[in-house]
Design a protein around this ligand. Structure first.
Ligand code: AMP
Ligand code: MG
Length: 288
């Protein structure tokens, strides 16, 4: 059996190399049918674990999702959370910031959408765009009107802000887990062409996505720096091979299950007052 978390976790020592992480699933990952069966098992467990998380009331789970276009974020989120009580999680898709958001610091809009204890938050894109798309596109940074933006120190400063933010969350009961869906340039082309050829998928295609594709190397550099600087024990990154959707979905679901099993949320123990309340309730119901 593959140890998914161990295999895909980005090391915490700042030495991550993009080239060491595959876009293809590992050998021995199993057939499509096996992946689907694994996914189904995890989907069921996630529902149970989320309900325990709610009953326990001490922890929230924040999941962060980043990837190049067409890596499969939306489909993976849809499948992995398909069995979870809809009241138990919330998805936020972060697009281009509004005029007002641009006037705030870059963590403000994500802070406003964090999950409360008992719930799962899903950030489909996140504050990490601030060291990815914003790093690769100088105009996006200029739009923020910041007092100082020059040089490498600027990005180190952003990484530091992000680490401190996530460590603060962890200290306060929010378990943070982050997925980078690692798609190859070749597979992206295939999926983007499919969006053009397949009438059902036309709506997903944006010409602007090809501009990002043209900056593939810049994005690789930005991803590598970001993963090195921000995968830490209190908020690990997982680099998931994304060229095979079945494998990707099964792996992500398994990592979420194991993360929540690590939290081990508990149904609250009955105290004397609660036991008294139950006895009183039973008596009243039976006497009706
Ligand atoms: P999609 O996820 O396909 O709906 O696209 C959302 C777009 O918003 C992507 O092109 C992102 O790069 C962009 N985006 C998200 N966050 C930011 C940000 N903080 N600054 C600039 N662009 C962003
Ligand atoms: Mg898109």
């Amino acid at each position: 059996m593959i140890d998914f978390p161990k295999m895909h976790r980005v090391p915490y020592d700042g030495k991550f190399k993009l080239a060491d992480f595959a876009t293809d699933p590992p050998k021995g990952g199993g057939s499509e049918a096996k992946q689907e069966a694994e996914l189904a098992k995890s989907v069921e467990k996630l529902d149970r674990l989320q309900r325990r998380l709610f009953a326990d009331g001490r922890f929230a789970l924040l999941t962060v999702w980043q990837a190049m276009d067409a890596a499969g974020k939306d489909g993976t989120i849809r499948k992995v959370f398909s069995g979870v009580n809809p009241a138990g999680f919330r998805v936020h898709a972060f697009g281009r910031p509004s005029e007002l958001e641009l006037r705030h610091d870059f963590l403000q809009r994500v802070s406003a959408r964090l999950p409360e204890r008992g719930k799962i938050g899903i950030f489909n894109r996140s504050h990490y765009e601030e060291v990815l798309v914003v790093r690769v596109n100088p105009a996006a940074l200029a739009a923020q009107n910041l007092p100082a933006t020059g040089g490498k120190d600027f990005w180190e400063g952003r990484f530091e802000s992000i680490r401190e933010f996530e460590e603060h969350l962890a200290r306060n009961g929010t378990v943070v887990v982050k997925f980078w869906l690692n798609v190859s340039r070749k597979e992206q082309k295939k999926r983007q062409l499919e969006r053009i050829e397949d009438a059902e998928k036309n709506w997903k295609f944006r010409l602007g996505d090809l501009d990002d594709r043209a900056r593939w190397k810049d994005y690789e550099d930005a991803y590598e720096a970001m993963l090195r600087a921000t995968s830490r024990p209190y908020a690990p990154w997982y680099a998931i091979p994304a060229d095979d959707k079945d494998y990707m979905r099964a792996a992500v679901a398994k990592i979420l299950v194991e993360t929540l099993e690590g939290v081990d949320p508990q149904i609250p123990k009955l105290d004397a007052a609660k036991r008294g309340e139950l006895a009183e309730g039973k008596k009243r119901l039976l006497e009706e």
